[in-house]
Design a protein around this ligand. Structure first.
Ligand code: FO1
Length: 317
């Protein structure tokens, strides 16, 4: 499949990461862009294998995602869920009628021993997505959240408990044996890789599970490609989701500086939002180059603009 043609690799969680990935897809010609999605959120529910971050990436890059929710499909209907409710079934995790097709088709194929990466590639092709979206690993990986009330699975923490419990620590079950998916492994050792973009995703819940897979962080360090992180913190707060709360829970200050420090062992550059300019010199003193930018992505134009800045910045390093 010519993995040597990949020049840019993005590591992404769900909503925020998918927004930047869409911008990147517009500025990096196919097949030069590979997007490795987090699979620590994946779980089996109602007999179906759900892969929320891969779904969000696929739906966003194919223009199908629901703009308000950020996850799931636009113009969704909910007859299945309404019927499940009438029957007294579990409704805390919402599966839309159209979305259901993705989970059923994926589960069927997994049951026939197809790999998650191959299934994702096939879905992307059918959806007309030009970039290559892959799971960080084809092996089982499960994020478990140790809260003050005990150990809970990721979706129970995130959706059912709405991120309310205080996080004590995180575990990535399977990371001891999980290998990077083979296409990713090849790209990480390729001399044609120019940049790795850490999307503005949650460092603990979305990026860490990817980096917990043996060989990925080492690959980033060994490859000559420049590694650039885009701040998930804007104006001292998270754009969306629990990143700010998670920083607090885990004893870090809520700042872009704290995220840059957290990534400091493997990044060369950091895209800092203009509203956090006061952190710039402290981040630079860590040996990380800083680029100031408006990182809020409200429309396609702002996604493309940020993606262009990331690429220009990586070339300048
Ligand atoms: N997020 C929610 O907050 N509530 C849901 O009911 C929900 C359902 C859902 C179904 C399919 C899917 O692919 C994603 C879904 N998400 C839902 C989003 C998702 O679970 C989280 O946003 C991510 O795991 C965090 O990145």
């Amino acid at each position: 499949m010519g993995k040597h043609t990949v020049t840019h690799l993005a590591l992404s969680g769900g909503i925020g990461g998918a927004k930047l990935s869409l911008g990147l897809e517009h500025v990096i010609q196919s097949p030069k862009l590979m997007i490795a999605g987090n699979t620590g959120d994946d779980f089996r529910h109602m007999g179906l294998y759900i892969s929320p971050d891969l779904d969000t990436l696929m739906y966003t890059l194919s223009g199908r995602s629901d703009p308000e929710r950020g996850w799931g499909l636009a113009k969704e209907t909910w007859s299945f869920m309404e019927t499940i409710k009438e029957m007294g079934g579990e409704t805390w995790f919402q599966l839309g009628d159209r979305d259901l097709a993705t989970h059923v088709e994926r589960t069927n194929r997994l049951n026939q021993d197809e790999k998650l990466s191959a299934i994702t590639s096939l879905f992307c092709k059918k959806y007309g997505i030009k970039a290559q979206i892959i799971p960080a690993t084809d092996d089982p990986l499960q994020t478990l959240v140790e809260t003050e009330g005990g150990l809970v699975s990721f979706q129970n923490y995130f959706v059912r408990e709405q991120c309310k419990p205080k996080i004590v620590s995180l575990q990535f079950n399977g990371s001891e044996t999980a290998k990077p998916c083979s296409d990713l492994e090849q790209v990480l050792s390729s001399s044609n890789l120019e940049s790795v973009i850490i999307c503005p995703s949650n460092p603990f819940l979305s990026i860490d599970p990817i980096l917990s897979v043996k060989g990925i962080k080492e690959g980033l360090k060994q490859n000559r490609a420049k590694v650039i992180a885009v701040s998930p913190i804007v104006g001292g707060d998270a754009v969306k989701g629990p990143t700010a709360k998670n920083l607090r829970d885990l004893g870090y200050p809520v700042s872009a500086l704290a995220v840059a420090k957290y990534y400091s062992s493997f990044i060369n550059g950091f895209i800092l939002d203009k509203r956090d300019e006061h952190d710039a010199s402290l981040i630079e003193s860590l040996g990380i180059k800083v680029f100031l930018e408006d990182t809020i992505m409200t429309d396609l134009k702002s996604k493309i603009r940020l993606a262009k800045r990331v690429l220009d910045f990586s070339k300048s390093l």
